[in-house]
Design a binder for this molecule. Structure first.
Ligand SMILES: Cc1cc2nc3c(=O)[nH]c(=O)nc-3n(C[C@H](O)[C@H](O)[C@H](O)COP(=O)(O)OP(=O)(O)OC[C@H]3O[C@@H](n4cnc5c(N)ncnc54)[C@H](O)[C@@H]3O)c2cc1C
Ligand code: FES
Length: 283
């Protein structure tokens, strides 16, 4: 078994700019004996990895696609490590360890989707800003993760159209049956769609029925999204929230990421709303 802290050298194989300060990086492991598809590294949507650059530090990122023996991370340049990462080129190396955390509760969903049960098998995804990143693997692998009959509806809010992530893929997502609803914070000449916070989409679109809700975005968004979900009669046990807290170890040792009695890295980052709703500082 691999040591939990063991960092695996990985090579950048592709870099695609997404916005002014966000890039999509593709990696493969340097040594072919480590398999991204293998038992020792396979990740579930919603889990995270820790990326390190010696001399620059390490930080958590949510993998957002798996392509055979390659994986993708979408990273915003905000500080020391991420600025250095953005300066790297194809062929440069980083260290990766993980995957960590629980991820979205999908086993349950795919079993329901493949049965004739009338339980909730559809998915309403509500995301803001970078919150779309930990859901992209799931959106791209809709059939694999949810079964072919499940519906996905996405409510996605960004500040400006130029800040919408993965926008070149939206056409394919829609072709694949995803109901993608978009909004931007303030109007601008090049945008003809909905304007307002992501909660506005609850009124602008018919909400998918028989669904669970996965929520990810800036902390300020959570309270108002939960209110809307309750208005739409979502039960507490059908609402899941992904939390982003400052992390170091990623495995429940350093206590940096505590929320009440929980460690976000170990017990999360995804929490059932009913479990966390009374925890001070959670929402
Ligand atoms: C589970 C998880 C998954 C994440 N996934 C992604 C991802 O897919 N893509 C992505 O771009 N980022 C993601 N992040 C955030 C990312 O880890 C931070 O942006 C990163 O640590 C910045 O490192 P840095 O050295 O460049 O910045 P630093 O120099 O450490 O910090 C720069 C600025 O960002 C602030 N900051 C850094 N981390 C956080 C944080 N977690 N919460 C609030 N403020 C913070 C600092 O206070 C400072 O103001 C994720 C975080 C978590 C916990
Ligand atoms: S990051 Fe160390 S306990 Fe969570």
């Amino acid at each position: 078994m691999r040591n939990s802290y063991q960092t695996i050298p990985a090579v950048i194989t592709k870099i695609s700019p997404q916005t002014d300060n966000i890039k999509l990086f593709r990696f493969e492991f340097e040594k072919k004996s480590f398999k991204i598809s293998g038992d020792d590294f396979i990740f579930r949507p919603g889990q995270f990895l820790i990326l390190s650059l010696p001399g620059w530090g390490e930080a958590p990122f949510a993998p957002c696609n798996r392509l055979g023996e390659e994986l993708e991370l979408c990273v915003r340049s905000v500080g020391r490590l991420t600025r250095k990462l953005h300066s790297l080129k194809i062929g440069d190396k980083v260290g990766l360890r993980g995957p960590y955390g629980n991820g979205w509760p999908l086993n349950d969903l795919s079993q329901i989707a493949n049965s004739k049960s009338s339980e909730k098998k559809n998915l309403l995804i509500i995301v803001g800003g970078l919150g779309l990143i930990p859901l992209r693997t799931l959106i791209l692998g809709k059939k694999e993760f949810l079964g072919k009959d499940a519906k996905i509806q996405i409510f996605y809010g960004a500040k400006h159209p130029s800040e919408m992530l993965f926008s070149s893929e939206y056409k394919d997502w829609r072709k694949n049956g995803v109901d993608l609803q978009l909004t931007i914070d303030a109007s601008c000449p090049e945008w003809r769609g909905c304007v307002g916070l992501v909660t506005k989409l609850f009124d602008a679109a018919k909400v998918v029925e028989n669904a669970r809700a996965f929520v990810c975005g800036p902390p300020v968004m959570y309270k108002s999204v939960i209110e809307k979900l309750k208005e739409k009669k979502f039960e507490e046990e059908d609402i899941y929230l992904s939390f982003e807290r400052r992390m170091h170890c990623g495995i429940g040792v350093c206590q940096h990421c505590g929320v009440g009695n929980f460690y976000t890295c170990k017990h999360g980052p995804v929490f059932e709303y009913g479990l966390i709703k009374n925890t001070l500082g959670a929402i």
